[in-house]
Design a protein around this ligand. Structure first.
Ligand code: BMA
Length: 379
């Protein structure tokens, strides 16, 4: 008789326990996998776009990338005519930024230069170069007011006019088709589309743009975002963009998600924080707003960034290391982008001889602040 001995009972018991543990482990790794492989907002997003998204997440594990708007297009006292490789940041520190911001304003009008006089053909070339060097490209867009035909800062009510059913909907689609053409023509040497981070309609919690607070309702803003996303991805087949949402410094915590178009329409969470007053106020905003951003983004499993920042004319000699970096170093952001070096009283990155230049070199040497040669290594 095959007796069920205590010894066999014991073995069966342990086999069951092991099987259970294996099962639990595989469930756990499936959920971790699902968490890690968050898909793109654009379900048809290219393989390269997905790769960019994963790199952006990887960067935050090492530090944060340094970015500069229009870095290679112009700087203090110089303008790129297409023949030079230059950047103020490089002139000062010997390193090129890791993140390159460019501006699409006036592409919608079919102009050959943007609202800041950067030639779109040159921009295309500079994006190709930044991408080839494994830098990251982010595009802002300050479209003119579609009703008044004045600038993005003209706050004449316009959003409902361009939404589906509005009088200017078709005109808005024409605008988007021009933006889409630019995106669809943005190719690398092998003919693959170059992936970028698109950051339209930013600072909507401020009242200075036609898409901002008081000039449209949060619901209208959300429709504007979603319709724009749908037209670009579904009608114009643009599949090389990650979408970044970026309010301005918050007045109230609740403001962050007030205009949020939804997890299915956003890949990256950002915030624009400038120092307009004292360093203390700025530090408070960095701590509070990035702290909140970190919580929201972690919960949504999305990367997050300081999408715009800066102190105009940087008159504080140790601003980079003591005011800025000390308060964002451990925040988990993937990058911090500083605004453009436009003219002598409107610049946000140092140039040789500028008051914060030597501190910037110390800042550049911090191991967690990543420039082009550092992000290059991140796969
Ligand atoms: C603003 C200023 C403007 C510029 C706009 C878009 O912050 O720098 O001069 O036109 O950004 O780049």
């Amino acid at each position: 008789m095959d007796e069920y001995t205590p010894m066999r009972k014991n073995i069966t018991y342990w086999i069951k326990i092991i099987l259970l543990l294996v099962l639990l482990q595989s469930c756990k790794s499936t959920t971790t996998l699902m968490k890690q492989e968050a898909t793109l907002a654009d379900k048809m997003g290219s393989r390269q776009t997905e790769y960019l998204y994963n790199r952006i997440k990887e960067i935050a594990k090492v530090g944060y990338a340094f970015g500069h708007q229009d870095a290679t297009a112009y700087g203090m006292g110089w303008k790129n005519d297409g023949s030079i490789k230059r950047s103020d940041v490089h002139d000062v520190s010997g390193a090129y930024p890791a993140v390159y911001g460019f501006e699409l304003g006036h592409i919608e009008l079919g102009h050959s230069i943007n609202l800041d006089t950067v030639d779109f053909k040159l921009m295309q070339k500079l994006i190709q170069r930044a991408h080839k060097m494994r830098g990251i490209v982010t595009l802002s867009w300050h479209p003119d007011n579609p009703v008044s035909k004045k600038s993005a800062w003209d706050t004449t009510a316009a959003v409902t006019e361009i939404l589906k059913g509005g009088n200017l909907h078709n005109e808005y689609k024409e605008w988007l088709s021009k933006l889409a053409n630019f995106m669809n023509e943005l190719k690398d040497e092998s003919g693959n589309s170059i992936p970028v981070v698109f950051r339209p309609f930013h600072e909507m919690n401020g009242d200075w743009f036609w898409w901002g607070k008081g000039n449209c309702s949060p619901e209208e803003y959300i429709s504007l975002w979603r319709e724009t996303f749908d037209i670009l991805t579904k009608e114009y087949s643009v599949h090389n963009m990650l979408y970044a949402y970026s309010p301005n410094t918050l007045e109230k915590k609740e403001d962050y998600l007030k205009y949020y178009p939804g997890d299915l329409y956003v890949d990256i969470l950002g915030i624009d924080i400038y120092q307009h007053g004292s360093s203390e106020e700025f530090i408070e905003a960095l701590k509070n707003d990035i702290g909140l951003l970190q919580k929201i983004a972690t919960d949504k499993n999305k990367p997050y960034v300081l999408s715009e920042a800066g102190l105009n004319e940087i008159p504080i000699a140790n601003w980079w290391t003591e005011v800025l970096d000390r308060h964002i170093a451990k925040s988990g952001i993937s990058w911090a982008l500083f605004w453009r070096n436009a003219w002598p009283n409107h610049y946000f990155a140092p140039y040789p001889g500028q008051a914060s230049a030597s501190d910037f070199i110390l800042y550049k040497n911090l191991s967690h602040v990543l420039f082009l040669n550092d992000v290059k290594k991140i796969r």
